[in-house]
Design a protein around this ligand. Structure first.
Ligand code: FAD
Ligand code: DLZ
Ligand code: SF4
Length: 514
């Protein structure tokens, strides 16, 4: 990379769009007089997949507000706006080096493999000292995860990792023992939603001048991308994010655990936190969220199953998923253990389907760039698995539709959790379910043109025959899975007529999809 000016002696600190934290390692010891902080809206990152319009708007607005907060605190920030035509992160870096002629460059390691590879190339080619620091916002370092996983692990289980993380962080611990007498209260977290229990009303955040400019930019430049841009009411500043966290802890957290698996038509969030986007882009740290949740439990404001449920998702699942990603990349991206190859149906983009559960979950995704975990896993994900959709297409869809989506967290959830495409590296059996599960956990089936109680025929819920067809298609892969022994035995005992009907219905349904 060429340098055109004499060095001014300061450090250039390059902060990526998902690193919007004041305590970021790249900002450690920043000198307000000599250093320049670089933040850039760049073409390549905004378009390597066709992100949901709200995802781009959320991130650009959060980046702009973060830059303004840094300036307010006395730092020098070079913020490159999208309309300056910066092609890529490398282009941004080159332009900033040319303009500011720094002595050195510092950055925090990228969360995605693709971007970390770029950082390594820059380190070798930039022509001045470039340091890539670890991302200390995660609880578990890469080294620690590798040590925990051991040499060439054949499979890993979140539950054991989670216990290590409880010991490491001390969350909900009483000495060496878990508070409440057990590690995991998941069993208490599968209640059906009582009809008279209302979901709390979320706070909304007014669009200010800066966000208005971002919305105009996205409307113009990303007109054909997926999703609804407005209404836009996300928190986009650190102050708003903290306000939202307070609201969640006081209002939704008490019921978070108990109704974690429930779904209700017209209620996209129920008691879920919707904190993922704020945590992943850096406006909130996972540590402060967990600290606050534990504090609420110690104060007697929330039950143990709520506090443990939330903390498990963050120090357990979130960290575990990241560990798997870095352990398995880059080959993980190409996993396809079940040789699934169907194209994504059109209704993934339009939400126009007669399957009401999918219509609701994809419709809410389109409107909000958000769906909660059970919609992602047991409705949309379950369909992708049973229908045999191509893992590459499914990965791309999940990466672009959610405002919290970055490859490090999306990929293991898609490849390992919903598609079993890694052959069960961390899921002991596939998350496959018939319509009965969706009926038990939601009110979707009551409003559907299909009949969830019917197993075969034109009116039958497609999940019912697709479930068995999936098992028939993949019999060899699951025959030896001891957790599937009972279900595979039912398959072995199934009569030929029944099998024919399942195959016929599935073929008819899948053919009309394409
Ligand atoms: P809550 O239910 O309130 O959970 C609290 C927090 O726990 C979340 O904010 C999140 O930080 C963490 N968490 C919970 N489950 C997971 C998990 N499986 N993996 C990682 N973190 C978890 N999450 C993302 O942040 N980005 C993604 O791109 C993403 N893609 C997913 C794709 C699929 C197929 C599936 C099944 C899950 C995916 N998740 C992803 C995980 C999870 O669904 C979301 O984190 C969650 O729905 C976000 O909503 P929330 O903040 O209301 O979560
Ligand atoms: C997702 C995203 C988008 C849409 N735009 C930018 C951007 O303009 N500038 C930037 O620095 N980062 C952006 N990101 C996040 C990156 O694509 C990438 O996901 C993270 O930096 C993780 O490594
Ligand atoms: Fe979904 Fe089947 Fe229920 Fe319809 S009947 S909402 S397709 S589970």
């Amino acid at each position: 990379m060429a340098q055109t000016k004499d060095r001014t002696g300061g450090t250039l600190r390059f902060v990526l769009g998902d690193q919007l934290s004041r305590d970021l390692s790249a900002l450690d010891g920043a000198d307000k007089d000599r250093d320049v902080i670089l933040i850039a809206e760049v073409g390549a990152e905004a378009s390597y997949v066709r992100h949901h319009k709200k995802k781009i708007a959320f991130l650009f607005s959060a980046m702009r507000h973060f830059a303004r907060d840094l300036e307010g605190a006395g730092f020098t920030v070079h913020y490159m706006r999208f309309d300056e035509g910066v092609a890529s992160l490398e282009d941004a870096l080159k332009r900033a080096i040319d303009e500011h002629a720094p002595e050195a460059v510092v950055m925090t390691e990228a969360a995605e493999h693709r971007v970390l590879m770029m950082q390594k190339e820059w380190r070798d080619g930039v022509g001045l000292p470039l340091t890539v620091l670890p991302d200390a916002r995660f609880f578990c370092s890469h080294k620690r995860f590798k040590e925990w996983a051991g040499e060439n692990p054949k499979s890993l289980r979140m539950e054991y990792f989670y216990r290590e993380m409880r010991r490491l962080t001390g969350y909900l611990m009483d000495g060496d023992a878990p508070e409440g007498g057990k590690w995991n209260f998941d069993h208490d977290n599968r209640e059906k939603l009582p009809a008279d229990l209302k979901a709390p009303k979320r706070p909304t955040y007014a669009v200010d001048d800066e966000t208005r400019k971002v919305l105009a930019l996205v409307a113009e430049q990303f007109e054909d991308n997926f999703g609804d841009l407005e209404p836009f009411d996300y928190p986009v500043t650190r102050r708003q994010a903290l306000h939202y966290l307070d609201w969640f802890i006081e209002t939704a957290l008490p019921n978070f655990g108990t109704y974690q698996d429930a779904m209700r038509q017209g209620e996209p969030l129920l008691f879920h936190s919707n904190l993922s986007g704020l945590i992943n882009c850096g406006l909130l740290s996972p540590r402060e969220c967990c600290d606050r949740v534990e504090e609420a439990w110690r104060d007697g404001a929330v039950p143990i199953n709520a506090a443990e449920g939330f903390i498990r998702q963050v120090i357990g699942w979130r960290e575990f998923i990241r560990g798997i990603y870095w352990l398995k990349m880059p080959d993980y991206a190409g996993s396809n253990a079940l040789s699934a190859d169907k194209k994504l149906p059109d209704f993934f983009w339009t939400a126009k389907t007669e399957m009401n559960c999918l219509k609701q979950s994809i419709g809410e995704t389109k409107a909000n760039a958000y769906a909660h975990h059970i919609q992602r896993l047991m409705v949309i994900g379950n369909f992708c698995l049973l229908a045999g959709l191509d893992p590459k297409e499914v990965q791309e869809w999940y990466l672009l539709v959610y405002h919290d989506a970055y490859e490090w967290v999306e990929m293991p959830n898609v490849v390992g959790m919903i598609l079993y495409a890694d052959g069960g590296f961390f899921a002991s059996k596939p998350y496959a379910a018939s319509g009965a599960y969706i009926d038990r956990m939601s009110d979707y089936c009551g409003n559907c043109r299909y009949d969830v109680k019917k197993k075969n025929g034109e009116k039958a819920c497609p999940f019912n025959y697709l479930y068995w067809d999936f098992l028939l298609r993949n019999r060899a892969a699951f025959q030896k899975n001891h957790r599937m022994g009972v279900i595979m035995k039912s398959l072995d005992q199934m009569g030929e007529d029944k099998i024919d009907a399942i195959r016929r219905d599935s073929r008819r349904f899948l053919d009309q999809l394409s």
